[in-house]
Design a protein around this ligand. Structure first.
Ligand code: G6P
Length: 611
């Protein structure tokens, strides 16, 4: 959510910043802006995408400096508009030429604004960020770092910021609390960004800033310190992302690329972790806590959006394979619900980015209440991975498409591994585990078989794409898959869709079914197969058109459905890894046919770092 990039070094900042913004655009795309110090503060911003900013800048030589910052926004305070776009300046009357970009929310902005207005400040936007800019300007006495420090001490909320000042043209100040920020370290240059994707083209050495930390950067020096001005020595780490992974290649959209990367992503997630022969799972990140985890009495999965759907599946898996009571909860609800954490409770945060504010806050709360915390996270070194006791990386590679696909499969795969790992410490026999793991190893190849049906799925979508209401039904582990199918469709095609347990449909939602309404039903061979068939009949007798996801070889299902997508036969616990794939492809084609920007759906952002 909101992308920040800042640069100080010897190269032209404008090109570097614009390139960084394009890589970060999946974090937000309501507006974009840039500020460069070049004989004073040069600032340009606009509502809309980065390409609009690029056109606006043209070759204007006022922006030829070698220090600057830029921003792509996902609006929180103030509508998306030119005036609310970042960077924001301090009070121009003061003549400091301070500019700031910010990701996060300044919660006490109203009180601070009143204070500043009482002191003569006049504001040009509706944003909380401009309040922080003015506060920094208010404290400025010739030392940018000191005034940023002073301002941040007055602030409550979350922030990742970068600040420049025309009066100190060789200094870039950055700081963070609760929102991600990393500093790429090149030779005599620094590239600061919300995530690695804007850095890797320039360097693979980076410093992950800790919360409540400020860094002062010049071309040949940096110093990091706490808000109390105690110097700290940060850890440098090598970025594992390479440029090829974040390029679109020959695909028209990142989402399609990532859907097709799923076989390889799952292979990477499984690599070195599964020993099918003796039915064991090796999760290096859990070794240190093996004894404690062996005493687990309850597992709570937390996440938001797609990650929560993976958590719902995970809770079925932990109960099914490890026989441990388990549930999944919206992180945002768990956090404020005064949830009871009993002895032996393990709380697992699931997150692609590892930065989702709701999930992070809930994890902290669980830890405060004494739970052991784990993270199933994709982004290495992200906040949730650093703050959880232990975890399992998804290893699916960078996910750029705003609608999550391969990360979901990684989350489910990691959940299968975790549930098996826990199960083998309890009642799951080596034989049972062995046969399931053997099939798990073949899942990447089986996913490829589902991907091959993309054209057929597109044809089916073509028949229903004008319909504005869809239902997605499933039972057991395939109920969260139905939720995920509906979410995918909503997110990128803006079609209203609801996912629910198939049995729940008759308790109300059935009233929605009218002639020709598309109802997607996950109807694979499972313990509840017969019941699902009855639910299909209920839909049909009200005129609904059923699109089933069924098991290969189940030809008889064609007799009761309008359309069928087939997936290979696997044990029930592994089915979500296959049944979700046609639903991802379905949503993709629907969005393309409706002419939407698949990778940048309206109102969404890839990583939501505000609560
Ligand atoms: C946002 C994204 C969703 C994602 C959710 C959780 O809402 O639009 O696609 O599932 O955040 O993100 P996380 O990074 O925690 O998995």
């Amino acid at each position: 959510m909101c992308g920040i990039v800042a640069y100080i070094g010897g190269k032209p900042a404008r090109e570097l910043l614009l390139e960084g913004l394009k890589r970060l655009e999946y974090r937000g795309y309501d507006s974009a802006g840039i500020a460069v110090i070049n004989g004073g503060l040069q600032l340009s911003k606009t509502a809309g995408r980065v390409r609009v900013l690029e056109d606006q800048l043209g070759q204007d030589d006022r922006f030829d400096g070698t220090i600057g910052l830029a921003h792509t926004r996902w609006a929180t305070h103030g509508e998306p508009s030119d005036r609310n776009a970042h960077p924001h300046e301090d009070d121009p009357e003061l003549g400091h030429g301070i500019a700031i970009v910010h990701n996060g929310i300044i919660e006490n902005h109203a009180a601070l604004k009143t204070y500043l207005m009482d002191n003569g400040h006049v504001f040009a936007s509706d944003t909380d960020t401009e309040v922080l800019a003015h506060l920094i300007g208010h404290f400025y006495e010739g030392d940018l770092e000191a005034s940023v420090r002073q301002a941040l001490r007055e602030v409550t909320g979350a922030y990742a910021i970068a600040v420049v000042c025309a009066q100190e043209p060789d200094v870039l100040v950055v700081a963070r609390k609760g929102s991600p920020l990393m500093i790429g370290v090149g030779s005599d240059e620094y590239i600061v960004a919300s995530d690695a994707s804007a850095i890797v083209a320039h360097t693979n050495q980076a410093i992950e800033l800790d919360d409540d930390t400020i860094a002062r950067l010049t071309t040949d020096s940096f110093r990091t310190s706490t808000l109390e001005n105690v110097t700290i020595t940060p850890q440098m780490r090598e970025l594992e992302v390479d440029l090829e992974q974040i390029e679109l290649g020959s695909y028209p959209h990142y989402m399609l690329k990532e859907i097709h990367e799923q076989p390889e992503a799952i292979r990477r997630c499984l690599k070195g972790r599964v020993s099918a022969r003796d039915g064991s799972v090796v999760l290096g990140g859990l070794n240190e806590f093996a004894r404690e985890l062996g005493r687990t009495r309850r597992v709570v999965f937390l996440g938001q959006g797609t990650a929560l759907h993976a958590g719902m599946i995970a809770s079925y898996l932990v109960e099914g394979l490890a026989k441990i009571p388990s549930r999944a909860d919206f992180a945002s609800e768990f956090r404020y619900r005064n949830a009871i954490i009993e002895d032996g409770t393990v709380v697992v945060a699931i997150s692609q980015s590892g930065e989702t504010a709701d999930t992070h806050a809930a994890l902290r709360e669980a830890s405060r209440k004494g739970a052991m915390t784990l993270g199933l996270v994709n982004v290495v070194g992200s906040t949730i991975t650093r703050e959880s006791d232990a975890g399992v990386y998804l290893r699916v590679g960078p996910e750029i498409g705003v609608a999550s696909t391969k990360a979901f499969l990684g989350q489910v795969t990691a959940s299968v591994l975790l549930a098996t790992w826990l199960g083998r410490r309890r009642f799951l026999s080596p034989m049972e585990a062995s046969s399931m793991l053997e099939t798990l190893n073949t899942v990447p190849t089986l996913i490829s078989r589902v991907l091959d049906q993309s054209d057929q799925i597109a044809e089916v979508v073509g028949k229903y794409v004008q319909r504005d209401n869809w239902l997605f039904l499933g039972r057991g582990v395939n109920y969260p898959v139905a939720m995920e199918g509906a979410l995918k469709l909503k997110e990128i095609s803006y079609i209203h869709a609801e996912g629910m347990p198939a049995a729940e449909m008759k308790h109300g939602p059935i009233a929605l079914i009218d002639k020709g309404m598309p109802v997607v039903v996950v109807a694979t061979r499972s313990s509840q197969y017969e019941k699902v068939l009855s639910n299909i009949e209920e839909v049909r007798s009200r005129g609904g058109h059923v699109i089933a996801v069924a098991t290969e070889g189940d030809d008889s299902i064609r007799n009761i459905c309008e359309d069928v997508f087939f997936v290979p036969d696997v044990p029930e616990v592994l089915q979500p890894l296959l049944t979700v794939v046609p639903l991802q492809i379905l949503a993709y084609h629907a969005a393309v046919m409706r002419g939407h920007d698949v990778d940048k759906p309206r109102n969404l952002a890839k990583s939501v770092t505000v609560e």
